[in-house]
Design a protein around this ligand. Structure first.
Ligand SMILES: NC(=O)c1ccc[n+]([C@@H]2O[C@H](COP(=O)([O-])OP(=O)(O)OC[C@H]3O[C@@H](n4cnc5c(N)ncnc54)[C@H](O)[C@@H]3O)[C@@H](O)[C@H]2O)c1
Length: 270
């Protein structure tokens, strides 16, 4: 277990959407939060320290890892970025971040993986984290790379980890698909907190959703983690109907990855 009172936790991607939710949800209880991003991180509390750095700066990663017990790795280039940038941040940067953590003796890593790690499975198939990965995009491939590195770190270096296959993180659901995949701000905080506090998660992969009625995965490893989501996208169906979203018709997407699984391949250099 990572102790909120004594252990230092490094949150990467701290200026991002999930990073902001984690900061506001964790800072009351977690005494030593180190935050990093390439963008400014505003409004630091007394127990937060910020390191502004590019994930491509390996010496900076090694410095920021000093004294850290747990890494919550949220840095990421979104899927729509060009392939060079995706590789630089989500593959090379991920590798450097994890290696810096390993070399510094970090004991636990919580990693923002994605439902795009299994996005090529047909939607009728209730996929579990135990199924082999079937990424739907290079974005998904690099998430599987992260999960695979964490498997290796567990087997060879005894580092405990939780890879969270996050669905759709937003303040509210946004479309038909997110009625199945939504992850709310307070639920993402609980999920990360459980991943840190668990006495021994081994090398766990868990789905990152709220308690959505229309959920399409199975055995998401929530009981093991002690995660009890409190939100449900279904509570926002009327709002979506009012926005003209078809929430009652046939399911729009044939695969778990939604649009990603059908996107045309892009050239190697955009
Ligand atoms: N939001 C979702 O629905 C969702 C779903 C699945 C997985 N995820 C994953 O969760 C993580 C966080 O998502 P988010 O929605 O908060 O994304 P976000 O884009 O809001 O935050 C990502 C952060 O990474 C930082 N970053 C990007 N390039 C960097 C670089 N070169 N050096 C240092 N920092 C850099 C950005 O400045 C940003 O603050 C990402 O890894 C994402 O892939 C998100």
């Amino acid at each position: 277990m990572i102790d909120p009172h004594t252990d230092r936790v490094l949150i990467t991607g701290a200026a991002g959407e999930i990073g902001k939710a984690l900061r506001s949800g964790l800072r009351a209880e977690w005494r030593h939060l180190r935050l990093t991003d390439i963008r400014p991180i505003p409004d630091l509390a007394a127990n937060e320290e910020a390191v502004i750095a590019d994930i491509g700066d390996r010496p900076a990663l090694e410095r920021m890892m000093q004294g850290v017990t747990a890494l919550v790795h949220m840095t990421g280039a979104p899927a729509e970025h060009d392939l060079e940038m995706l590789f630089r941040v989500n593959a090379r940067g991920l590798f450097d971040m994890f290696e810096a953590a390993r070399l510094a003796g970090v004991r636990r890593i919580v990693f923002a993986s994605s439902n795009h790690a299994f996005g090529c499975y047909p939607i009728e198939e209730p996929v579990t984290p135990a199924h082999p990965a079937r990424p739907d995009s290079l974005y998904g491939v690099f998430k599987v790379l992260g999960e695979t590195m964490l498997r290796y770190y567990f087997d060879r270096h005894d580092i405990r980890s939780v890879s969270l296959r996050i669905g759709t993180y937003r303040r509210l659901p946004i479309d038909q698909r997110s009625l199945a995949t939504w992850l709310s701000p307070r639920d993402v905080v609980q999920l990360v907190e459980r991943s840190l506090r668990h006495p021994d998660p081994g090398c766990l992969v868990a789905n990152g959703y709220s308690a959505n009625t229309r959920i399409k995965v199975r055995d998401p490893n929530w009981d093991f983690l002690g995660y009890r989501p409190v939100d449900n996208a279904e509570d926002h169906v009327e709002m979506l109907r009012g926005m003209g979203v078809d929430v009652d018709g046939a399911w729009e997407w044939p695969e778990h990855g939604g649009a990603f699984a059908r996107m045309p391949e892009r050239p190697a250099r955009a």
